[in-house]
Design a protein around this ligand. Structure first.
Ligand code: CA
Length: 224
């Protein structure tokens, strides 16, 4: 199981990432300042660091520089405000592996984490998710139903991907909102229902089962 260090001082974002990573089968640990981030990363007990730039005591750039100076090559994904991307890209030459502009979609962060972990492991990767005649190619972003190509928007694809990654699991509207739309989305919104409707229309109405009062799940073969 992958152990992920989250260095983020904003409690709301830290807990959003922590819960999501745990649901994705990883083991997250949160620290709230740059000094702790450096110390924890140096223990060797982590596979990857999600590193915020604006951290108390020592900023993310300094943490990263010190790690690399100490010849620690742990993969690092930097979290940065969208309006300071230029600075961040400059910071990448300091040895970061990747960056995510805030706000971000959770699925996108997990995809990047998985990618970095795979590069470290060199393990074979699953790039096509399949379920009951539906297949999603994560690399080409192509969706097929019974061998026929279907056009999905980025958001529809992300929602379908979330269902296929969690077969047999009931996903609440809140879970789907946070994984597909991110933490900045209004929890009272009905956008999840609207997008499930789009997916039913494009991929088949029987594929996504409504679980009353809870949310949705992918249909099992015996539902069909
Ligand atoms: Ca911060």
């Amino acid at each position: 199981m992958s152990t992920i260090l989250i260095a983020e001082d904003e409690a709301r974002i830290a807990s959003f990432i922590e819960k999501g990573l745990r649901a994705a089968g990883m083991t997250p640990t949160v620290v709230g300042d740059g000094r702790a981030a450096y110390d924890y990363a140096m223990t060797g007990g982590f596979d990857l660091v999600v590193l915020d730039i604006g951290l108390p005591i020592m900023d993310g750039f300094t943490v990263l520089r010190q790690l690399r100076e100490a010849r620690n090559d742990i993969p690092v994904i930097i979290l940065t405000a969208r309006d300071s991307i230029t600075d961040t890209v400059a910071g990448l030459s300091g040895g970061a592996d990747d960056y995510m502009p805030k706000p971000f979609r959770f699925e996108e962060l997990v995809a990047r984490i998985r990618l970095r972990l795979r590069e470290t492991d060199r393990a074979p990767e699953a790039t096509v998710l399949r379920h009951g005649g539906l297949s999603l190619d994560l690399r080409s972003r192509r969706a097929d139903v019974d061998g026929r190509n279907v056009e999905l928007s980025a958001r529809e694809f992300a929602l379908a991907e979330t269902f296929l990654r969690n077969p047999g699991q009931v996903l609440s509207r809140e879970q789907l909102l946070s994984r597909v739309w991110g933490y900045d989305f209004d929890p009272g919104s009905n956008v999840v229902d609207v997008y499930v409707r789009y997916l039913r229309r494009k991929l088949g109405g029987e594929r996504f089962v409504t679980v009353r009062g809870v949310g949705y799940r992918l249909a099992e073969s015996d539902d069909e």
